[in-house]
Design a binder for this molecule. Structure first.
Ligand SMILES: Nc1ncnc2c1ncn2[C@@H]1O[C@H](COP(=O)(O)OP(=O)(O)O)[C@@H](O)[C@H]1O
Ligand SMILES: [Mg+2]
Length: 384
């Protein structure tokens, strides 16, 4: 792990009056760039060939005498593969632009986390050491942290033979490398039947199945809580709720739009839904549940400060289900900007806007924090 001190050395060479906000061009990059230009920063997106045009062309920034007329992305690098961002020379390009980099899930999926931890010598807004906690199955993953924090999460089912209620089986997809091969089962026979079908179709592998996380399925709506923690806030709450989103998942959302008689006609290949995220929507919570949300966030933040020093910095996302008795269960945690925050782009979100009295999305809030840290000469407290 790069020590913070090494990153602060890099930072000390920066001209912070010329800070660029950098991001891997995917996931939540548009929200990050939109927020950054709104707060007066230049933006830089690192793209992969074949999927670069969103940033190099369609949302490219056009400035006249420095004033932004249109678009949000000031400059780009286009590489054959995203992970070329890690090459020494390419990192140098980022440092030359005084880049503060905002990590997203594409960054940690397409680049090796080992290398991000040990070799990516660019100051990142957020907690470098927490990024790995997202990798389900490692020793100190987010489930471990949730347990330490005393947070509610779906009960683990130790082995398939023990399945006695609707359960979620979590494992990676065999072909779509970054996607899920999740399925549900309510009994051991159903587990066997579905896993055999998925194996036969090449959706999952035996090795992955043996390592799968099996947990109780929480029957209820999904709320992704887009939170923010500010280490440099002195007067007000350091924890903020910026927004709540939920996902469109394919093919699950297609299934739920079919009446039961049509569902019954689906063939073996169609019958079991997949959970590939392909969009997001915005949500709010009944007001009496909001305090529970802050309670969850308080506990999570405290646990990260204890077990992953210096603890969470900036955006994080608690992915939750709410059951029939209005209990929250955290089934996943993103220790970084959440994938659903694009629902806030440019218009902000009811909660972020309410708090800040102007349109504040997660991307904008990140830029506000960096701007404030620069003004107060406290950037060292928000980068790792
Ligand atoms: N225990 C659970 N009960 C009900 N639904 C779940 C549970 N765990 C996950 N899900 C569903 O599966 C989707 C993906 O789960 P998640 O754990 O976030 O995996 P990933 O981070 O790989 O996307 C969620 O959006 C949610 O709809
Ligand atoms: Mg998730």
């Amino acid at each position: 792990m790069l020590e913070r001190k090494e990153i602060l050395e890099v930072l000390s060479e920066y001209d912070l009056n010329k800070t660029t906000i950098g991001v891997l061009a995917s996931h939540s990059a548009l929200d990050v760039c939109d927020g950054a230009v709104e707060e007066g920063f230049k933006t830089h997106a690192v793209c992969e060939k074949g999927r670069e045009k969103t940033y190099t062309e369609y949302f490219k920034a056009h400035r006249k005498d420095g004033k932004l007329i249109r678009g949000i992305v000031d400059s780009t690098d286009v590489y054959n593969k995203f992970n070329e961002i890690l090459k020494t020379g390419n990192q140098e390009k980022l440092r030359d632009k005084n880049t503060i980099f905002i990590p997203n899930r594409s960054f940690t999926s397409y680049c090796s986390i080992d290398e991000i931890e040990d070799k990516f010598k660019v100051p990142m807004f957020g907690s470098r050491n927490l990024l790995r906690s997202e990798e389900r199955g490692i020793e100190r993953d987010y489930y471990w942290l949730l347990e330490k924090a005393g947070l509610p999460f779906p009960e683990k089912i130790e082995k398939p033979e023990d399945i006695d209620c609707l359960a979620m089986v979590k494992l990676p997809h065999a072909v779509k490398k970054l996607e899920r091969g999740f399925f549900t089962a309510a009994s051991y026979p159903e587990f066997k039947q579905k896993s055999e079908a998925f194996l036969k179709q090449g959706i999952i592998t035996r090795e992955a199945l043996a390592e799968a996380r099996i947990e109780r399925y929480i029957i209820g709506p999904v709320f992704n809580l887009d939170m923010f923690y500010s280490p440099i806030e002195e007067e007000m709450s350091k924890i903020e709720l910026l927004g709540i989103d939920w996902r469109f998942e394919t093919s699950l959302d297609g299934h739920v739009r079919l009446p039961a008689p049509q569902q019954m006609t689906l063939n073996e290949k169609q019958i079991t839904p997949e959970y590939t995220v392909c969009g997001h929507n915005s949500a709010t919570l009944r007001e009496s549940l909001l305090e529970d949300v802050f309670g969850l966030a308080e506990k999570y933040v405290k646990a990260t400060q204890k077990f992953y020093k210096p603890g969470i910095i900036g955006p994080f996302c608690l992915q939750t289900c709410v059951d029939k008795d209005l209990n929250f269960y955290v089934y996943d945690v993103a220790p970084r900007v959440g994938g659903g925050t694009n629902v806030h782009v440019s218009v902000g979100h009811p909660y972020g806007n309410t708090l800040w009295r102007r349109p504040v999305s997660t991307g904008r809030r990140a830029a506000m924090e960096i701007r404030r840290a620069i003004r107060q000469d406290r950037v060292d407290e928000i980068v790792t």
